[in-house]
Structure formats: C-alpha cells, structure tokens
Design a protein around this ligand. Structure first.
Ligand code: NAI
Length: 459
C-alpha cells in the first residue's frame, strides 16, 4: 500500500515524487520509457544542448567581430549529437539517484489504472498490482501530427521533435511546418549550421502568443540570416519530400527538403491509461473535443484523491508549469493549502538571440481591456549587452497598470534574457510596482539592468 502513486516520470511526475518522498510519503513512480520525460529525453534539454553547440560554432564564425580570428570554423554534427546524448544520460542518472535518495520506488513499466477500492486506487504494471491512497497522473503529451494527405507515404522524411533529435546527419534542406516554439528553435539551430530552412506557418506571425513586435523582430533577424518564412500559408498535403501549401492568395505552392519537421502543437496523453475505469472527467477544447484531464486549482480531478499535473491537463504545456503543478498536487495531498496560479508563468524561446517573457503581452492587455501603459527600451541601453553583443538587436518591454504602475508583463529579446527574466516572475507574483522596482539594486554591469532602465523611462 502506497501513500502516492505517480504515473509518468517527467518534470511533473519526478518533481512531485521528490517533494512527496521528502515529506515522508511512501511513493511509487511508474515510467514506461526513461525518467525525465519529454523534457529531458526529447525536448528541453537535448534541444538546448544542440542549440548551445550551434551557438559556440556561431561564436567561432563571428569571432572577428570581437577581434578573434578562427581559421575555417567547422563542426562535426555527429559530435553535437553524441554530446547531447551524453548530457541526457547524465541528467537521467541524476534523477535516478534523486529517486533513490527520496526513497521513491520506480517501476519501469506501462501502468494501467484498474479501479477504486476501499483501500484506494488500484494500478497494474508489468503484471503486478499496486494500491495507493492517492494518485497523480503526469502522463504528458506527444507531438500532434495532423493527417495531411501523403504524410504516411512520406515515411522517415517526416520528423517530429522526437525523431529529429535522433538524426545522425544534418539535413541540407528542411521544411518546418508550424512556426511555433519547437519549429523556431529547430529552424534557428539548422539555419546557424547552414541548412536551408523554410518555415510554413498558417498564422500571420511566427510564435503566435508572443509579443507582436518581438516576434516581428526575431523573424526579421532570421530572415536576414536566410530563413524563408511563408506566413498565412496553410499546408494541404505532402508529396514525398515536398510540402504543398496554399499561400495567402489561395495559390498552391510547393517547397521541398530532405526532412520535413511537423511542429504544429502537442496532444495530451490521456488515452490508454485506464481513466475510464475510475471515471476521470476530461476537459474540452473550444471545439468540444477532449483535450486533457480536467483539474481544479488544487490539481484535483473530479475523482477524490486523484490528481493530474503537467501537459496531460492540456493547458500550459511547459516543463516548469508541470513541476509547479506537481508540487501543488503534493501539497494538497499533504493537507497544505496550495493553489496553482498561471499569471506569472515564464516563456522562453531559445533562439539566438533569445526571447523571454512573463505576464500579459501588449496584445493581451488590449484584448482584456486592461488600463495599461507600455514602456520599452532597446537592449543597447545596457552596457554589458553592448559589450557582449556586437551589432546585436534587442528590446525590453514592460507592461504596467496605468493607475498603480504594477508590473503586468515583461517581454524581452536579446541574450541572455532567459536568465534575467526570473526576477520579473517574482515581481509579477509579488504584485510589485515600477516604483518598487526602481528601488531595487541591480548588479552592475549586467544585462538585467535594462529592466531598471526601462522602469525609469516610465512617464
Ligand atoms: P506551438 O503551438 O507553439 O506552435 C505550433 C504552430 O503551428 C502555431 O504557430 C500554429 O499556427 C502552426 N500550425 C498549426 N497547424 C498548421 C498547419 N496546418 N500549417 C502551418 N502551420 C500550422 O506548438 P509547438 O511548436 O509544436 O510546441 C508544442 C509545445 O511545446 C508548446 O506548448 C510549447 O510551449 C512547448 N515547447 C516549449 C519550449 C520552450 O519553452 N522553449 C520549447 C519547445 C516546446
């Protein structure tokens, strides 16, 4: 008998297991693949490792901007991939050790929820039965692959975020369907290495939910570097290694690549885990189709003692959201009051330059009818940014309440904004005002000072 059974060992499940184990609960964690989930094995970590290799190569290529001359910079793609695999192995090993440290029993098998009895929820995995007082479902998501005509016949030309990471050779030409986060990170990676990249996106902009101005700046930077962007273009089919799409005028166009990356969103994994055996209710998308497990602000499902966290809820599909949701679930199981809030969830796109944002964008503020002000400054107002980003573009944008000047959103383009955004997550969480921000001492010289500079430019 366990206090808590967790299905899925990604950033939702393993973080919850750590917290529950640390609190003294008897925990069993089921993972059918590898600990770390999509984030560690086929998402965040492997992509960031590859992107870092591309960044180092880019430094070598552009060394002359800083007075450094590298003769014929080159790279070995297979070594990028080998290093990526090594990093993943190391971190998976770290999670295994942590599970041991927190006395979490890890079962490497496919788990099926079989029912609810007087003792708790029953689960079957590898022909063994388990009973737990509480259940946390963290089964994540997988790439959504629309049934484009001709897609199946195209075979291994078609890749998702998963297969693309396993490629041993750099594609010479790649077509990216969907200019969202996954699409843009791979487009950035391959274009840095000299692959010819085309992004086919049905919306009028890349990175849909991002601040419009920043999204346009990033697109412009990568267009100058050679990425071909086809916006307002809807894919209608695949013909071998060719993507067929309709341009904004309805004209049928074709673009080919030796690989076609499908990155048009993700689908929550809620089928095949036995939810029906205990009657777990699903959430519906605006079209009325099931899109994830329905949860409340405590991450509780409609079934007592059954919780869900992470991508399987179909809501905010980010690793850091999943971990926090897992913590909220565990705290509620422990009888502590804890509520999930989504107003300060940071988002980062690891292109070069990076994009990072938290809170509402200008467009959202407008849509919501908020009374707000926008202040913005070029990143070049930061001395450190100028010192380290020769010819680099960037912007820092604050969205603040018009009356009280509380920080509602912060959106940045320019390295290393992913590392300095965190302070603004705290500012939003703590409902800080611009006046309070002005009193904070920021380390000098750092790029983070741009936030304070921007705050001071509020009239
Ligand atoms: P996404 O939702 O970010 O972007 C998908 C894009 O595909 C959208 O712009 C959409 O308009 C476009 N699209 C959809 N159907 C299309 C069609 N038929 N033709 C052309 N374009 C089409 O989804 P993505 O990039 O697959 O990412 C999935 C999830 O993974 C997201 O929730 C994201 O937050 C998460 N993720 C986060 C990362 C990060 O935090 N750095 C990195 C990678 C993924």
């Amino acid at each position: 008998m366990y206090d808590l059974a967790i299905i899925g060992g990604g950033p939702g499940g393993y973080v919850a297991a750590e917290r529950a184990g640390a609190a003294g609960l008897k925990v069993v964690l089921f993972e059918k693949k590898s600990l770390g989930g999509v984030c560690l094995n086929e998402g965040c970590i492997p992509t960031k490792t590859l992107l870092y290799s591309a960044k180092v190569y880019n430094y070598a290529v552009n060394g002359d901007h800083y007075g450094v001359y590298v003769e014929k910079p080159s790279f070995k793609y297979n070594e990028f991939v080998e290093r990526k695999d090594k990093v993943v192995r190391k971190l998976v090993g770290g999670i295994k050790a942590a599970m041991k440290g927190f006395k979490v029993e890890v079962v490497n098998a496919d788990a099926l929820i079989t029912g609810r009895g007087a003792d708790g929820i029953t689960i079957k995995a590898a022909d063994t039965g388990y009973v737990a007082k509480n259940l946390l479902i963290c089964t994540g998501s997988e790439a959504a692959v629309p049934p484009f005509p001709g897609l199946k016949e195209a075979g291994d030309v078609i890749v998702t975020n998963r297969e693309i990471l396993a490629l041993k050779e750099q594609p010479k030409e790649i077509v990216v369907i969907g200019g969202g986060v996954i699409g843009m990170e791979f487009a950035a990676f391959y274009s840095t290495l000299g692959t010819k990249v085309t992004v086919v996106e049905m919306l009028p902009k890349i990175l849909g939910p991002l601040d419009d101005e920043i999204s346009a700046m990033l697109q412009n930077i990568y267009a100058k570097r050679g990425i071909n962007f086809c916006l307002r273009c809807k894919v209608t089919g695949i013909e071998g290694n060719t993507v067929v799409y309709e341009d904004p005028d309805g004209k049928v166009c074709r673009v080919s690549g030796d690989r076609i990356l499908v990155s048009v969103g993700r689908r929550a994994n809620f089928n095949g885990i036995g939810l029906e055996n205990i009657g777990v209710e699903l959430a519906l998308n605006p079209a009325g189709r099931p899109c994830g497990i329905k949860v409340d602000e405590h991450m509780r499902t409609n079934v007592p003692n059954v919780y869900a966290a992470g991508d399987v809820t179909g809501f905010s599909m980010l690793a850091h959201t999943a971990s926090r949701e897992g913590e909220v679930a565990v705290n509620n199981i422990l009888g502590k009051k804890d509520v999930m809030r989504y107003n300060a969830i940071p988002g980062v796109v690891y292109t070069n330059p990076e994009v990072a944002g938290v809170g509402v964008t200008e467009e959202e503020a407008k849509k919501k009818g908020l009374d707000y002000k926008v202040v913005k400054l070029p990143m070049a107002y930061s001395g450190r940014f100028v010192a380290e980003n020769e010819g680099g573009e960037g912007i820092c944008k604050l969205i603040v309440g018009a009356k009280y000047h509380e920080v509602l959103g912060v959106h940045m383009l320019g390295n290393p904004c992913s590392e300095i955004l965190q302070s603004m997550c705290i500012a939003i969480e703590q409902e800080m005002t611009v006046e309070q921000l002005k009193e904070v001492v920021f380390p000098h010289p750092t790029v983070s000072e741009i936030i304070k500079e921007t705050a001071f430019s509020l009239k």
